[in-house]
Write a protein that binds this ligand. Structure first.
Ligand code: ANZ
Ligand code: ZN
Length: 806
């Protein structure tokens, strides 16, 4: 059955986009896969869900764009190439073909004509083009910076690729290095990335919005300048609690900050250098924000408190991060736990300036008081609460020109440089006389050189730097000898705009045809894993905003709605190769068939929940499908028979099911939809078994089943549709029309009494719940009840409600 229908679909191409304006458009997008071997159970779940969404809208008559492509640059291909003495493209494109074949077998409703691969020169040409446009807008810069370095992969890692101090990919302990790196200035968009989330509320999972909000981490507060005792230097600190300034008893500077090095007194030098070396060996990923480090060094200098004139010592400790705020803080131990832990460790003073509501003194309890309360020992701010005290302190500072209000973000600029081969080359040439020169647009793409096998092995310098012929280039500006940039881009750059390319595949005048994007974008429904809740989505949102500023798109947000599916797990644990508990998708498909696996994924529960493969039954799904398929064979009246006059009860069930199924599909409650479908299948079976196989109501029911089932199990649905005497494809059959009269629930009259006497009548659906019935009844007799107290209510739904009053 699978082979038969695949051949027919290849000819019919039922999922091709029309894009001719004849139908309303809807763009349904699955997060594109990384080609790491064949599809696995996680793909099977995600794509079954995305497909249900796409197929639903197709049945509703929309022109649906449901494209597929591959996020095909990345480290695994490169590592495989080194091991196999091959080119990363060999492994990548072979896996893509395997996955493509599996997608066809899995019968996902893709329009294959939009297919793309981010590692194709036709694609990365435009990634480079976008990079250069961003550079022209001042959104790209190069800077020497301390980076996370994986000594095994010999590459820079983004902060988020460092997990617990180890490389996310290979597990090696990550160290720090100073390198000149490319950055994208995403911080310039921090406020818009925050504010525009208002457009997504209710249509994106709330927890994703929360994660993005926390990642951006906007903090309001102020800067305070402390003059160095006897020097011209000032130490600027960032604080979210200017109100506590009177309680600041020492300053702490981040050990890696140049300021710490500059401030350090000669007699502290040796201790300081040793401390910095120790800190550098670690990684800052695990330090922020809750770490309770109690190590540090007194720098041997003092600063002047701007409001009290008091001298406070200046320390360094790794609980203060370089690169956040001003890399220095004022420590207020009474009201900040990290500061208090540190103060207690080193015997530094604690001064309470906000009266704790429980009267417990932080200095003796060891617990910082972070709540609000009247301020004390705070000059003009005495008696004020946090808000007023902050304003008062900032006013004082402004008069003295010793501080100002300020906002800080946890978000940092996006480090996009990678010292690896299999990525998009940075389209810049370094010329000894002209400096950094962009490669002219007409020379794009800057193609990767042909390197393979051992040539790709990391040797401390990027593989591209070792490709001498490639590196040496003429300067586009002066024609002199110059060198190409040897970094490639983070693959998250590739995936930040692929959804736009899908709108006009093969477009040669730019990354996308703005007209096509206007027609299709924003994506109506994005489907993918919660592992992309932060980075991918943030970067794609950032790119979209930049493109909007460039006038290339006319919307703020690329993805109107987001659905995060759960994971497929086994016996309560995540599946992984290392745990040896992988369920092989290919084996499941071979044993139960594509439709049974797809139905199992859908029926297991709400899409957001994890699916434990040990708890579900693809065999049960398979039996259900066989039973359903038999219905089509048993229908005995010809196609096109008017259902009018058929069994009223079955017709009513059919129409109610179809109406409800639409609501359920739109709410992505596909598992409930399937349960309703099963009820309809059972009802139709009962009629057939009772000898009503020629009743047109039976045909109507079974046809509705076939169309609804086509969202989930395309093979069975096609087979049924054919069995019912229709031309393929059921994918284009159209959603059954609902007759509202048949949907309306059967009603009855409910008698409303007060103390047993008739006081009103209500027409209610027979299945009205007791609570609703009582509330409607009491509304109806409200006037008659007056202010008498109801001592008891007797309800016999749906026919009687009696209020007993005193
Ligand atoms: C004094 C103070 C008193 C603070 C108080 C807090 C509570 P978020 O929300 O993360 O922005 N801070 C500032 N720069 C820092 C850095 N580079 N590394 C580590 N900590 C830093 O927090 C800002 C607060 O974190 C700032 O406010 C500062 O401590 C600290 F009762 O200043 B606060
Ligand atoms: Zn030059």
């Amino acid at each position: 059955m699978e082979a038969k229908w695949r051949a027919i679909w290849d000819v019919l191409n039922p999922y091709a986009v029309a894009d001719d304006g004849s139908r309303e458009r809807k763009y349904v997008l699955d997060m594109f896969p990384y080609p790491s071997g064949d599809l696995h159970m996680g793909h099977a779940e995600a794509f079954a869900l995305g497909d249900a969404v796409a197929r639903y809208w197709m049945q509703r008559g929309y022109d649906v764009l449901h494209p597929v492509g591959w996020d095909s640059f990345g480290l695994p291909a490169e590592n495989a190439a080194i091991t196999r003495q091959a080119h990363p493209a060999d492994w990548t494109y072979a896996n893509i073909e395997t996955q493509a074949e599996s997608f066809r077998r899995y019968a996902v409703s893709f329009d294959w004509s939009a297919r793309l691969h981010t590692s194709d020169p036709e694609y990365y040409r435009w990634t480079q083009w976008l990079f250069l446009r961003m550079r022209e807008r001042g959104l790209v810069y190069r800077q020497e910076s301390a980076v996370n370095w994986c000594p095994v992969d010999q590459t820079v890692l983004a902060n988020e690729q460092v997990v617990g101090g180890a490389c996310e990919r290979c597990g090696a302990a990550v160290t720090e290095r100073e390198l000149t790196q490319w950055f994208l200035r995403i911080t310039e968009y921090a406020d818009r990335l925050l504010d525009d989330m208002a457009q997504l509320r209710g249509r994106w999972p709330e927890r994703v919005l929360t994660m993005q909000t926390n990642w951006i981490g906007r903090s309001e507060g102020g800067y305070v300048d402390f003059a160095l005792e006897g020097g011209s230097e000032t130490i600027r600190v960032f604080t979210t609690r200017p109100d506590t300034l009177y309680g600041a008893t020492f300053l702490v500077v981040a050990p890696e900050a140049e300021l710490a090095n500059k401030l350090c007194a000669p007699e502290r030098r040796a201790e300081f250098d040793a401390y910095v070396a120790r800190v550098r060996a670690g990684s800052d990923a695990e330090r922020h924000p809750a770490s309770t480090s109690r190590t540090g060094v007194d720098l041997g200098v003092r600063a002047v408190h701007p409001l009290t004139g008091e001298l406070v010592p200046v320390w360094t400790s790794d609980y203060v991060l370089a690169g956040y705020g001003s890399s220095a803080i004022m420590a207020v131990p009474a009201h900040d736990q990290r500061d208090l832990d540190f103060a207690r460790e080193f015997g530094l003073p604690v001064r309470t300036v906000v009266q704790p509501d429980d009267g417990v003194d932080p200095a003796s309890s060891g617990i910082a008081y972070t709540g609000d309360g009247p301020h004390v020992e705070s000059g003009p701010a005495d008696g004020m609460d946090i808000g007023d005290a902050s304003a008062s302190v900032l006013r004082e500072l402004a008069e003295l020109e010793a501080g100002e209000p300020g906002v800080q973000y946890r978000l940092r600029d996006w480090l996009v440089s990678r010292q690896r081969f299999w990525g998009c080359p940075i389209p810049v040439v370094h010329c000894p006389s002209c400096g950094e020169v962009p490669v002219p647009d007409e020379e794009l793409p800057v193609r990767l050189p042909e390197l393979r096998g051992a040539e790709l092995a990391p040797r401390g310098k990027p593989p591209l730097a070792a490709a001498e012929d490639w590196v040496n280039a003429a300067c586009p500006r002066c024609g002199g000898d110059a060198r190409r940039d040897t970094d490639t881009m983070d693959t998250f750059v590739d995936s930040s705009w692929y959804f736009l390319r899908y709108c006009s595949p093969g477009y040669a005048e730019g990354p996308f045809d703005p007209e096509a994007v206007r027609r299709w974008m924003p994506v109506a429904q994005y489907v993918g894993g919660v592992e992309h809740a932060i980075l991918h989505l943030l970067y794609a949102r950032f790119f979209t905003k930049v493109l909007r500023d460039m006038g290339l798109v006319d919307f703020d947000e690329p993805f109107q709605a987001l659905l995060n599916q759960g994971q497929v797990i086994l016996n309560g644990a995540a599946m992984s190769k290392s745990h040896g508990n992988l369920v092989d998708l290919g084996e499941q498909l071979a044993t139960y068939g594509v439709d049974a696996v797809r139905l199992t994924m859908i029926f297991a529960g709400p899409p957001e929940d994890d699916i434990d493969w040990a708890d579900v039954s693809p065999a049960g799904a398979s039996r259900f499908l066989a039973r359903t398929l038999r219905l089509a064979d048993d229908v005995a009246c010809p196609p096109g028979t008017d259902a009018e006059g058929g069994d009223r009860q079955l017709r009513s069930l059919t129409h109610r099911t179809v109406a409800q199924a639409a609501e359920l599909a739109e709410a992505h409650r596909f598992n409930v939809l399937v349960a309703r479908l099963m009820e309809l299948v059972n009802a139709a079976r009962k009629r057939i078994d009772a000898g009503s196989e020629a009743d047109p109501a039976v045909r109507e029911a079974v046809e509705a089943v076939a169309v609804m089932l086509s969202l989930f199990t395309p093979y069975t649905a096609e087979e049924m549709w054919e069995g019912l005497g229709h031309e393929p494809s059921v994918a284009r059959a159209g959603w059954p029309t609902v007759d509202e009269q048949l949907v309306a629930r059967e009603t009855t009259v409910c008698i409303v009494q007060i103390n047993g006497k008739l006081r009103g009548r209500l027409e209610v659906p027979v299945d009205t719940a007791e609570a609703e019935l009582v509330s409607r009844a009491s509304e109806q007799v409200a006037a008659a009840l007056g202010d008498r107290e109801v001592v008891r209510t007797v309800a016999k739904p749906p026919r009687l409600v009696n209020f007993v009053v005193g």
